[in-house]
Design a protein around this ligand. Sequence first.
Ligand SMILES: [Zn+2]
Length: 354
Amino acid sequence: MNQHTRFNLPICLAVEEDAFFRSDEIIKRYIPEIIGQKTLIISEEFLIGIYQEKIGEISRDFGGAEIYAMDGASFDEAVAIAKKVCVEDIKVIIGIGGGRVLDTAKYAAHISKAVYICMPTSLSNDSLASPFAVLETYGKARKTLDCKIPTAIIVDTNMIVNAPQEQTLSGIGDTIAKHTALFDWKLAAEKGSERIDDFAYALSRMSYDSVYHCNQQDMKSRVFIRILSRALVMGGLAMEIAGSSRPCSGSEHLFAHAIEEHYTDIKITHGLAVAMGSIPACIFQGQDPSGLVSFFRTHGLKTDPMAYGIDEEMFADIWEKARTVRPGRITILDQVPTDRVQLSEIYKRMREEA
Ligand SMILES: [Zn+2]
């Protein structure tokens, strides 16, 4: 296979102030052939209410596109949307929303082979440009499904500045987690279970560096939002190039998956869970976590487990479950034995330092 056909890249990545008011002009610059094609806008009821004006204008700009309020981020919903797209000869899907909407729209576009335009209303994780969609399969059980990345990504910095702060913090957490993820990826490669793709590695490292070493620390500034948007997109593209989530997901993600799958009552976003997991992961890896700790503190990102109702016993159990939540995925957890004394020390330290 030709080297260059192994992966796809989006044709358009626009990160601009008020971009949602000019989305048709932006698309016209990059992919003029899709203007005038039958388009479906996918969002959620409450977002359609909040952003009535913007979504209404986007609909008009795309030839009176139908606005579809999706029911839930499930496999069945994505398939139902894909069916509608195929039956009604719709050629373009625009997803407007957070992770749930974007994953559902991305998968619906993947199945129906429609062009997919991704328009995030918040930056909570790196799934916006990733080749995966996390959807509910049976009941609340979720699965990560392979899919095509978006053709166009349009980020409206004004929109993100006004999104709930917790969403942006979550996006920061998912970016900073790449530090421990990349360590684990290298480790897995040394064990012969993975192959490092240097370009994907560099891209993910740069994504992390751009946020970690950013001089602008005001999360509400447009400069920071632009940097974070690009960092999250680059993380997604690193996964596309590597053909796996390894450049962005290591033992800190196993910790988050263990919460998501075994402690469904804990209310914590994905990005905040991986941020919390990255501190112990760093320690297991023999790295000094103090840089991460002070970064999180500077940004007001809470990593005290108790802030999310995680007591010491649960904390230890989550790490135990993290070992088995993705069998075959080699990380530092395969190298370090369970040490309840060490976990207890880490827990106390995280409570004190947060
Ligand atoms: Zn993640």
